[in-house]
Design a binder for this molecule. Structure first.
Ligand SMILES: Cc1cc2nc3c(=O)[nH]c(=O)nc-3n(C[C@H](O)[C@H](O)[C@H](O)COP(=O)(O)O)c2cc1C
Ligand SMILES: [Fe+2]
Ligand SMILES: [Fe+2]
Length: 402
């Protein structure tokens, strides 16, 4: 049975939710599921914005057919060719043979690559600022390369002031009946998943996200319709401000994130003592065992906090495996503008400190604290006072906390 949501009088959400998916894109755990949003504009011409993942295809097709009733589908706008949104394109094309696909040249190339399919008569190729008049609405296409993939574009409806934002402004988590961000307590219940989505999916492409924000900054926007998560119709500034902070790699909050890797618990012990010393100085501190917490959560936390501490055991002359994987993930996500401190451990030939430093030095605007704390198995009193000095050095960056 169909399950649709009204966005405006002539714009209907026809997407669907998946709560059984274990790993989004094969790497991001989604314990609260994920939504695949698709929107159907029922103007004089009917326009579908993107399709959905194959896992929810049936629900989606029912939603589209119910919303159209007896009307034909005139256009499908493909804003993003990633299969979580394009897996149902061929079905839609087959079901609605008179429908034309609106997309850009790069998208068309991807359609050929994915589907080995091309029928020229069915495509309408658009470029930056091209428009589509659908009767009452006027849709303008704006290219947003690398706001996840190179072919991404967004669409602006200048009549109802709606931005169809593709993956931008998306959020992990299935929609549990509500469709608007203002219906739920977004800042309490969803902001962490919005950050985890942003940082892991598009965090690497801050420059391109910034370019998109700049392009749309002159447009009056009253509604944002992303391809995952809630639709925004109130307090749009809240999420736009977050996006501009994240895209500029500015920390959201002063505080410390400690990520540690420990085989027998001694490195963890040092991390806990440091965390305790930081809280004693009034500094908010969070800790993650990189072997336990999914990397996507720790990447997200690294984008949130101003100071990062990495503590790792030495393992076969290298960084402990899970820490090595985590740091390369974080570096790949382009983390910048942070103060970083390091703790290494090793019983006979410690190397993890030097190797972690070499990795993190690749990032822009990272202030790496010179002194790495070197532990040679269990913590000794000298190293304990080195942790105290590290806590004090970090605290000197927090002039307003007691
Ligand atoms: C498989 C394995 C390989 C290790 N390789 C090294 C090494 O190459 N160099 C070194 O100094 N210590 C090495 N260690 C020892 C640990 O780094 C060291 O015991 C450290 O104190 C462990 O800290 P933890 O209690 O936080 O795990 C290795 C330990 C294991 C289990
Ligand atoms: Fe995507
Ligand atoms: Fe997506």
């Amino acid at each position: 049975m169909h399950c649709i949501k009204k966005i405006t009088d002539d714009l209907i959400w026809v997407g669907a939710n998946d709560r059984r998916l274990a790993m989004f894109e094969g790497v991001y755990s989604v314990p609260d599921g994920v939504s695949y949003n698709s929107y159907l504009l029922t103007d004089k011409k009917t326009v579908l914005f993107d399709t959905v993942d194959k896992s929810v295809r049936e629900q989606f097709l029912e939603n589209v057919s119910e919303t159209l009733k007896e009307r034909p589908l005139d256009y499908l706008v493909i804003q993003h060719m990633e299969p979580d949104h394009s897996a149902s394109v061929l079905e839609i094309m087959a079901l609605y043979p008179d429908m034309r696909v609106v997309c850009n040249a790069k998208t068309l190339q991807f359609i050929k690559q994915f589907y080995n399919f091309y029928d020229e008569s069915r495509f309408m190729i658009v470029k930056e600022n091209d428009t589509l008049d659908t009767g009452r609405h006027l849709l303008r296409f704006i290219m947003a390369p690398m706001v996840h993939w190179p072919e991404v574009m967004v669409t602006y409806d200048s009549v109802d002031k709606i931005l169809f934002s593709s993956d931008a402004f998306g959020c992990f988590g299935a929609l549990n009946g509500a469709i608007f961000a203002d219906e739920v307590d977004f800042n309490k219940d969803y902001i962490d998943e919005a950050r985890r989505y942003y940082t892991n999916i598009v965090g690497k492409y801050g420059t391109q996200v910034g370019a998109l924000l700049k392009k749309v900054s002159t447009a009056q926007i009253e509604i944002i319709c992303p391809l995952h998560g809630f639709v925004w119709r109130k307090n749009l500034n809240d999420i736009v401000l977050k996006y501009s902070q994240w895209s500029e790699y500015q920390p959201e909050e002063p505080g410390v994130m400690i990520a540690y890797a420990s085989v027998y618990g001694h490195t963890e012990n040092a991390a806990e003592i440091l965390a305790s010393m930081l809280w004693d100085r009034g500094i908010k501190t969070v800790m993650f065992d990189v072997s336990v917490t999914p990397a996507s959560k720790i990447v997200s936390a690294a984008f949130r906090w101003s100071h990062l501490v990495f503590a790792s055991t030495t393992y076969n002359a290298g960084i402990f495996v899970t820490m090595e994987a985590f740091i390369s993930d974080l570096v790949a996500h382009n983390i910048q503008n942070r103060t970083v401190a390091l703790i290494e451990n090793g019983s006979w030939a410690p190397t993890s400190g030097k190797l972690m430093r070499a990795q993190l030095e690749k990032c822009k605007n990272i202030r790496l604290i010179d002194e790495t704390i070197n532990i040679r198995s269990g913590l000794n009193p000298e190293q304990r006072s080195a942790l105290k000095s590290m806590a004090e050095m970090i605290a000197s960056d927090f002039p307003f906390v007691s």
